[in-house]
Design a binder for this molecule. Structure first.
Ligand SMILES: [Zn+2]
Length: 418
């Protein structure tokens, strides 16, 4: 059922609402167009010249737009061209991973000004991980190379099931967290708006804002790292589902007879068969059973040290065990993605995350499996490609969470300045 637009009984309230919508429209035109003039904005928006003048003046005062000189005259005065943001505006993006906490400070064009990478040390527990995250945020905010800056917010990508009503991580199998409140913890040190979401959806949002979204409105971002998830973008919007938990692609059962238990408790989940964790575990089990492989020498006989990255590298070198482990995992991944393609008929599927860094060896098997296991009429038009920003996709998505608030003019409710 569609929600009906609420109209205020107060006529002035109604006018304010329209003004706000117009301002959002103009701001988005300035961001998405190539240096438009006020006349260009009038043409695109259909708004009157005085309305645009007033809105642009506001945006210039607020630092959300800047004038960048004059364009070519169409007869009469040369028009002044506009750009998004006055260059004093910044965003902190955090990719809170199980191995590393990766943080960036970017401007509004998502150009990275500074970055920090530090080990997560999950085993030390939630409070310790939060303190480390807080330190990363602190060092980015205090980045000395930019003297004058307004921080509009902190965007974060977190692995786990997010309860959007309570704004907490309800369950994270990767971190072994239950009902943790990230915002409450980090707000003790940092008085900025903090927006977080599930890492895979955040990656999809990064693609939507800065990568694939320029070309496609319907696509799926599959994240294959320690775990597996899918961020589904339909008509330019992320799919949340009523609980905000849609896209748990890793926890669909692909082998009902599997004895491998997933972190979620089920047996035979895609994540238990094809994630980085699963690839490493499968190789370790077979090495422990005495199978021969160059992996044994590469880990110095310490089987526990074998990683998915090592398996992918050994597979590329032609090692039979490594090849078999990786190939089987990618077949499961391909079967899963074939189902996604049949269900959602996307224009593209991007595959990101640590395991996707293996490159061709992954994409060849996945493409082959999709061809064999999906409906050709649908899948033949689907572009299967690596994530646009590689391992930076999640952090770019985290930045986009804040930018989305800025462009919806939500920032004025809670903006803090450094
Ligand atoms: Zn599972």
């Amino acid at each position: 059922m569609n929600k009906r637009t609420h109209k205020s009984a107060d006529p002035l309230g109604g006018a304010r609402y329209i003004n706000r919508l117009n301002k959002i429209k103009v701001l988005n035109i300035i961001r998405s167009s190539e240096s438009p003039s006020r006349a260009d904005i009038a043409k695109i928006s259909g708004l009157s010249a005085p309305t645009i003048s007033r809105i642009v003046d506001d945006l210039l005062t607020e630092g959300l737009a800047r004038e960048i000189g004059e364009g070519v005259s169409q007869g009469g005065r040369r028009p002044t061209l506009l750009k998004f943001s006055d260059r004093k505006n910044f965003i902190v993006g955090i990719d809170l991973g199980t191995t590393n906490i990766y943080g960036v400070l970017t401007d509004f064009e998502a150009k990275i000004i500074a970055e920090v990478n530090t080990p997560t040390c999950v085993q030390e527990g939630f409070a310790s991980v939060m303190r480390r995250t807080s330190d990363v945020i602190g060092s980015l905010i205090n980045e000395p190379s930019v003297k004058e800056k307004r921080i509009y917010g902190i965007g974060m990508a977190v692995a786990g099931l997010i309860n959007r009503t309570r704004n907490i991580v309800e369950f994270s199998p990767d971190f072994h967290w239950h009902n943790v409140d990230i915002v409450e913890f980090l707000s003790r040190d940092h008085h900025y708006p903090i927006i977080f979401d599930n890492v895979t959806r955040v990656m999809a949002m990064g693609e939507r804002w800065f990568g694939l979204g320029k070309q496609f409105k319907n696509f799926i971002c599959v994240n294959v790292g320690y775990g597996i998830g899918a961020g589904i973008i339909i008509d330019g919007k992320p799919l949340y589902g009523p609980l905000g938990m849609a896209g748990e692609f890793g926890h669909i059962t692909l082998n009902k007879d599997s004895l491998v238990q997933c972190d979620c408790g089920n047996f035979g989940c895609l994540e238990a068969l094809a994630s980085g964790n699963a690839i490493a575990r499968s190789a370790k089990t077979r090495l422990a059973d005495g199978e021969r492989s160059i992996l044994f020498d590469q880990c110095g006989g310490e089987i526990a040290k074998v990683t998915a990255e090592m398996v992918a590298a050994a597979a590329k070198q032609g090692d039979a065990l490594a090849w078999n482990v990786f190939d089987r995992a990618m077949e499961y991944l391909g079967i899963g993605i074939a189902a996604l393609i049949n269900l959602f008929s996307p224009e593209a599927v991007v595959i990101g995350g640590g395991v996707a860094q293996a490159g061709d060896i992954l994409f060849e098997k996945v493409r082959k499996t999709i061809n064999a296991r999906s409906l050709k009429m649908i899948s033949s038009n689907v572009s299967i490609r690596p994530a646009t920003f590689g391992l930076k996709t999640a952090v770019m998505g985290a930045v986009s969470l804040v930018l989305n608030e800025v462009l919806s003019l939500n920032h004025d409710k809670g903006l803090a300045r450094s």
